[in-house]
Ligand binder design. Structure first.
Ligand code: FES
Length: 160
């Protein structure tokens, strides 16, 4: 990875936005990456805008994923706030990671994991690059079979 991308990822994970379970979410999507075995869950809350359109009020995430996935999920949850479902569905992994700059080929699937979780939350169907994961009560339970080989956990206490 180039230094600029590394720095932007470092900056994003130093203070990740919208991390944690959303108690009153309207929808949730959990996906796993066939490329690396990482997982990401995204919660979405909708609201109506002044024109009566259903838009994304806010989104949060939890992940057992790499730093790049954390950084992308952080910026992506900020990008999709205020968008309609169709507008959000039209965003590719590249769009969702755009604030970080171009990703190297080996990190494209990290963006696809975020895109898959978003798509799963909005439609119930992830992208072909991401595998849908049963909605266990917690991401830890979803991840239990593979948890032994992973070390990174991003969790945030409720209400913080
Ligand atoms: Fe798995 Fe980045 S290496 S999501």
């Amino acid at each position: 990875m180039n230094e600029n991308l590394e720095q932007r990822i470092h900056d994003a994970i130093a203070n990740p936005k919208n991390v944690g379970e959303m108690e009153n979410a309207d929808s949730v999507g959990t996906v796993g990456s066939a490329d690396c075995g990482d997982m990401l869950r995204m919660w979405v809350k909708f609201k109506e805008d002044a024109d009566g359109r259903k838009i994304i009020d806010r989104a949060t995430f939890q992940t057992f994923g790499c730093e790049t996935a954390i950084a992308i999920a952080s910026v992506a949850t900020e990008l999709i706030a205020g968008k309609t479902v169709d507008e959000a569905l039209n965003m590719s992994g590249t769009d969702l990671s755009a604030p970080l700059g171009p990703l190297p080929p080996m990190k494209i699937h990290c963006a696809q994991l975020v895109e898959g979780a978003l798509r799963s939350a909005l439609t119930g169907t992830p992208t072909p690059q991401a595998t849908s994961v049963p909605q266990a009560a917690t991401l830890v339970e979803s991840f239990a079979p593979a948890a032994e080989k992973k070390v990174k956990v991003v969790l945030k206490p409720r209400g913080s």
